[in-house]
Design a protein around this ligand. Structure first.
Ligand code: SF4
Ligand code: SF4
Length: 222
């Protein structure tokens, strides 16, 4: 899922400083699962914003809402129900949701209330870790299912780099060297010889270096 976390309250208050009425909009997708922007977080942020603005002597009206998904035209169309009720939408969805609102609601001012961080999963209660960088050309069949694009600090295709210490990354000793993990795992699953295969120079166009990407499925187009 997409992992995000709420921006500092001061930054959000600064964004809405010119607004008297704000539609605070959560999303029931990934940001609900990672506790960044679901219904509960909308309720909490609404209280914090009202308190903050009250302290500044300029109360703000917050209209609360949560869409099923903000990354879907169908649900963005539902925003019409709040038309005329706000000066800006403060979105608690990931950056995709904010972009979708900006794309589909040309007259709407939209601000991001969360920082969208990465594609990851829940490692343990309250901890999420990056697992995939959406590179568009998956090589996990060659690396024992562990991603060097997202999880190696240098995105090395032929690791390890030689700097790891005690199986930790030389760039950040708080994280495992993923190439050590790949080495160990390939050994455990009887595919150690894959470590000897030299990966060719990679074409990063599929990773977004060729501009914004799209997936087109002719079979689904009506
Ligand atoms: S190789 Fe690419 S698609 Fe596969 S997990 Fe890594 S970043 Fe994601
Ligand atoms: S120590 Fe490991 S994870 Fe860190 S940059 Fe080198 S190969 Fe990548």
């Amino acid at each position: 899922m997409i992992i995000a976390e709420r921006k500092p309250i001061g930054e959000i208050l600064d964004m809405i400083r010119d607004c008297d009425r704000v539609l605070l909009l959560g999303c029931r997708g990934c940001v609900t699962v990672c506790s960044a922007g679901g219904e509960r977080e909308v309720e909490i942020l609404a209280s914090l914003l009202k308190l903050g603005r009250k302290k500044e002597g300029r109360p703000v009206e917050i209209v609360e809402g949560t869409l099923v998904r903000q990354c879907d035209r169908e649900y963005i169309a539902g925003l019409a129900q709040w038309d005329g009720q706000y000066d800006a939408v403060l979105s608690m969805a990931c950056g995709v949701g904010v972009n979708f609102i900006a794309n589909l609601r040309p007259a709407t001012v939209v601000f991001p209330a969360v920082n969208t961080s990465f594609f990851g999963g829940s490692a343990t209660q309250g901890v999420w870790t990056e697992q995939c960088a959406g590179c568009g050309n998956c090589i996990l069949h060659l690396t024992g299912g562990l991603c060097p694009v997202a999880r190696c600090a240098k995105s090395l295709m032929n690791g390890p780099c030689g700097g790891s210490q005690n199986a930790r990354c030389e760039i950040n000793p708080n994280v495992d060297c993923v190439w050590q993990l790949i080495h160990d795992r390939l050994g455990r699953i009887n595919r150690a010889e894959q470590m000897l295969q030299i990966a060719p120079i990679r074409d990063w166009q599929s990773a977004g270096h060729g501009g914004p990407r799209q997936v087109v499925r002719d079979d689904l187009i009506v």
